[in-house]
Ligand binder design. Structure first.
Ligand code: 6R9
Length: 654
C-alpha cells in the first residue's frame, strides 16, 4: 500500500511526558518489567492473578487452564460469574450515582445514565427477555442503531445468559438473514428506525425483509421506538420494547455462567465467501476487556472516555459495551455521523463533554485532516489527555496530525492492534511506559507472546515481514467459529506452523527495538475504512447478479479509506461501452450495497471479456491489483492464457 513506503522510512520517536508517566496506571519501568518477567516465568499464574483481581466471581475457579483438547483452550473452566453483574451490580455500592453513559443524539440532544439507572434498565429488559422465553444459550440477534439501548440489549442478554450476536446496522437484509440463520437466533432486537446524518435508516423494514427470506428459528422481534414513523407490524411476532419492559421488576437475577459459556458471537469476514461467527467466552473475554481498558486507556476514576466505534464491530463490544462498564468508567455514546452537520462535530463533542480519552479510527482521522486545521483549532480540546487508534494501519502523517494538531504534543497516542478474534488489544504502547513511533503499534502487552515468523514457524526479522502470530493461548481469544470447529482449527492454528501458534492473518515486521509494524492482511480480506470485507464475499454477491458471469475483487490503496474495492467483471452479454457501461457499473455497485451493505460498494468496476488467468486457470490477482492502481504493467504476463484482455481491464468506466 502507498503509505507503507513511508512507514519503512519512519524513524521518529516520541516519549510520554513525565507528567503523564507519573500519573499513569502503569508508569514505572520497574513495574512494567516485573509484569513481563512474571508473565514469562509463570504464565498461567500471571493470568490467574489478574482474573482473581479484576473479575467478581460467583464461584472462584480452581483450574486456571485446560489444554487437553488444544486448540480448544479453556480458561478458569470451573469458575462461575456473570458478565453483566461485573459491569453493573458490583459498582452500585460506591458508584451507583456515577455517570455510566452520556448519550448525544444525531441532532445534539444529550441524556445521561448513572450506573444505578443503567442497572435498572438492563434488569427490566432482561426480565422482559425472560418473559419471552429467552434463556441461557439462546441466540439473540441485535440489529440496532448506535443507541444506549443497543448496550442495554447486549447487557440484558449477558445477564440472562443469552448469546448475543450484534449485526452492524449498515448490513443489508441478505447479510442479516445469513447471520440470523447461521446463529439460529430465536429473537431479533431492533429499532423502528435509526438516525444518521439527519437521515432515517429503516432498520425494522430491513429486519422484515430478512425474515421474509427465511430465518425459521426467529419467534419474535422486539422493536425499540426510536422515531415517530409508521412502522409495519406483524401481530403475534413483533413486540414493542417499552411495552414489554413497563411492568417488569427492577431486579433481574443474573444467570450464573460457567467461565467458558459463550458470551457472544460476532460475524467477521474471512477468506471464503461465508462470514465466520467468532465465538467469545464469558470469563476470558471479560478479563481481556477489563485489563486492557484499564492499562491501555490508563483509565482514571474521573475520566470521560469516548470511542467512536459502533457496537456492530468488536471495538464497540470490548471498548464501548464491556471494558468501560466493567471498569466503572464514564463514556460518551454518539448516535450519528462524525461529520454531521459539519466537520467540526467530533471536536464539538469533545469540547462539550470534556472528553479525556478519545479512541477512533485512522479513516476518520484522515477524513478530518482533509478539511483543514482551522476547524479543530476553533474548539477547546484541552481536556484530552490520551488518544487512540484502531482498525487499520495509521499512516505516519495522519499520526503526526493527531499528535500535533489534536493532542498538542501533550497526549500520547495508543495505536492498538487487535482483531475480532483476539477479543482485546494485543499490541499497543502502554502510554505511560513505551515510546511511540508513528505508524507502529509498538509492542505486545504484558502476557501476549506475539512474534513474526516465516511459513515454517521460524522467527524472522527484517523489513520484508512475515506472519504475525501469538505463540501462547491467552484468555480473551476466540473459542471457535460458530458451527465450524474445523474451520477454527484450520484457519487459526494451521498444521504447517505446528498447530500451536495463533495465526492472525496479518503480515508484520519487527524493527531493531522489537516494535511491530503491520503491513496488511495475508489473506483475501480487504480493510475498507477499518471494516473487514472478504473479496470472496463481494465476488459471490456480484456473481449472484444474473448479468454477471464472473468477478474478481481486489483492494486499491485509498488515501482516506485505507483501501477501496475494485471489481473486475465478466458479463453474460457483450462488452458494454459508453453510457451502457456506466449504467451497468452503477447498477452493479447498487447491487452489492443491497446484497451486503454500503460498506462493500465497489468504487470502481471494470468490464472485460475474461479475467487474466494462468494456463492452469488461476486468476492473477497480483496483476489485477496493479491494474486497479493504474500502474504500468511490468510483471511477467507470459503465463497468461489471454494477454489481450489486459487492455480491456485497464479501461476505466468513466
Ligand atoms: C479491532 C479490529 C482486524 C484487522 C487486523 C488488521 C487490522 C486492526 C490495526 C490494524 C494496523 C492497527 N488492524 N488494528 N492494522 N494497525 N492498529 O479492527 O478488529 O475488525 O476484526 O479487524 O484490522 O489487519 O487483522 P477487526
Amino acid at each position: 500500500m502507498q503509505h507503507f513506503d513511508s512507514v519503512l522510512k519512519e524513524n521518529r520517536i516520541f516519549k510520554p511526558s513525565d507528567d503523564f508517566r507519573q500519573a499513569a496506571n502503569i508508569g514505572q519501568l520497574e513495574d512494567y518489567q516485573n509484569l513481563w518477567e512474571f508473565a514469562d516465568k509463570d504464565y498461567l499464574q500471571y493470568w490467574a492473578d489478574l482474573a482473581r483481581d479484576l473479575i467478581s466471581w460467583k464461584k472462584p475457579f480452581m483450574t486456571i487452564f485446560d489444554d487437553s483438547n488444544a486448540p480448544f483452550y479453556k480458561w478458569f473452566p470451573d469458575g462461575k460469574l456473570n458478565v453483566s453483574y461485573n459491569c453493573l451490580d458490583r459498582h452500585l455500592p460506591d458508584k451507583g450515582n456515577k455517570t455510566a453513559l452520556i448519550f448525544e443524539s444525531d441532532f445534539g440532544q444529550v441524556s445521561s445514565f448513572s450506573y444505578a439507572q443503567l442497572h435498572n434498565r438492563v434488569c427490566r429488559f432482561g426480565n422482559a427477555l425472560r418473559e419471552l422465553g429467552i434463556g441461557k444459550g439462546d441466540r439473540v440477534v441485535i440489529y440496532m442503531p448506535m443507541l444506549v439501548e443497543a448496550v442495554i440489549a447486549m447487557q440484558a442478554c449477558a445477564r440472562i445468559g443469552a448469546v448475543h450476536s450484534v449485526v452492524f446496522g449498515g448490513f443489508s437484509a441478505g447479510a442479516l438473514r445469513d447471520r440470523i440463520e447461521d446463529a439460529g437466533a430465536k429473537l431479533v432486537i431492533t429499532a423502528n428506525g435509526g438516525l444518521r446524518g439527519g437521515k432515517i435508516i429503516p432498520l425494522k423494514e430491513t429486519v422484515d425483509e430478512a425474515l421474509d427470506m427465511g430465518c425459521p428459528t426467529v419467534e419474535n422481534v422486539v422493536v425499540y421506538y426510536r422515531l415517530n414513523i409508521d412502522t409495519a407490524w406483524r401481530n403475534g411476532r413483533d413486540l414493542w420494547w417499552h411495552e414489554l419492559s413497563k411492568h417488569q421488576p427492577e431486579f433481574c437475577e443474573p444467570e450464573w455462567m460457567n467461565s467458558e459459556d459463550p458470551l457472544f458471537i460476532l460475524y467477521t469476514s474471512g477468506s471464503t465467501g461465508k462470514p465466520k461467527g467468532i465465538v467469545h467466552s464469558s470469563a476470558g473475554y471479560l478479563l481481556g476487556a477489563i485489563n486492557t481498558f484499564r492499562n491501555v486507556f490508563d483509565n482514571k476514576p474521573n475520566d470521560v472516555y469516548w470511542c467512536t466505534a459502533d457496537v456492530g464491530w468488536i471495538t464497540g463490544h470490548s471498548y464501548v459495551c464491556y471494558g468501560p462498564l466493567a471498569n466503572g468508567a464514564t463514556q460518551v455514546i454518539y448516535e450519528g455521523v462524525p461529520s454531521y452537520p459539519d466537520p467540526g462535530r467530533i471536536w464539538r463533542i469533545i469540547q462539550r463533554h470534556k472528553i479525556n480519552v478519545f479512541y477512533t479510527s485512522p479513516t476518520l482521522i484522515r477524513s478530518l485532516t482533509r478539511v483543514g486545521d482551522w476547524i479543530p483549532n476553533k474548539y477547546d480540546l484541552s481536556s484530552l489527555r490520551l488518544l487512540g487508534s484502531v482498525g487499520e494501519p495509521i499512516n505516519p502523517s495522519a499520526w503526526m496530525w493527531l499528535y500535533e494538531v489534536i493532542g498538542k504534543e501533550r497526549c500520547p497516542i495508543v495505536d492498538t492492534w487487535w482483531q475480532t478474534e483476539t477479543g482485546s488489544i494485543m499490541l499497543s504502547p502502554l502510554p505511560g511506559i513505551n515510546s511511540m513511533k508513528p505508524g507502529s503499534c509498538a509492542l505486545p502487552l504484558p502476557g501476549i507472546m506475539a512474534d513474526v515468523v516465516d511459513e515454517t514457524g521460524q522467527r524472522i526479522s527484517g523489513q520484508s515481514g512475515g506472519l504475525l502470530v501469538i505463540k501462547r493461548p491467552f484468555p480473551s481469544m476466540l473459542r471457535t467459529i460458530w458451527n465450524d470447529d474445523k474451520r477454527y482449527q484450520a484457519t487459526y492454528f494451521p498444521a504447517e506452523l505446528g498447530g500451536k501458534y495463533y495465526v492472525a492473518g496479518d503480515s508484520a515486521h519487527r524493527d531493531e527495538d522489537g516494535y511491530f509494524w503491520i503491513l496488511g492482511r495475508t489473506d483475501d480480506v480487504l480493510n475498507v475504512s477499518g471494516h473487514r470485507l472478504g473479496t470472496m464475499e463481494i465476488e459471490s454477491a456480484l456473481v449472484a447478479n444474473p448479468q454477471v458471469a464472473e468477478a474478481a475483487v481486489v483492494g486499491r490503496p485509498d488515501e482516506i479509506k485505507g483501501e477501496a474495492v475494485v471489481a473486475f467483471v465478466v458479463l453474460n452479454t457483450a462488452l458494454p461501452e459508453g453510457q451502457e457501461a456506466r449504467d451497468l457499473a452503477e447498477q452493479l455497485k447498487q447491487w452489492v450495497s443491497k446484497e451486503i451493505g454500503k460498506i462493500a460498494r465497489p468504487e470502481d468496476i471494470r468490464f472485460a471479456e475474461n479475467l487474466p488467468k494462468t494456463r492452469s486457470g488461476k486468476i492473477m490477482r497480483r496483476l489485477l491489483r496493479s491494474i486497479a492502481k493504474n500502474e504500468v504493467i511490468t510483471q511477467d504476463v507470459s503465463t497468461l492464457e489471454n494477454p489481450q484482455i489486459i487492455g480491456q481491464l485497464q479501461r476505466q468506466v468513466l
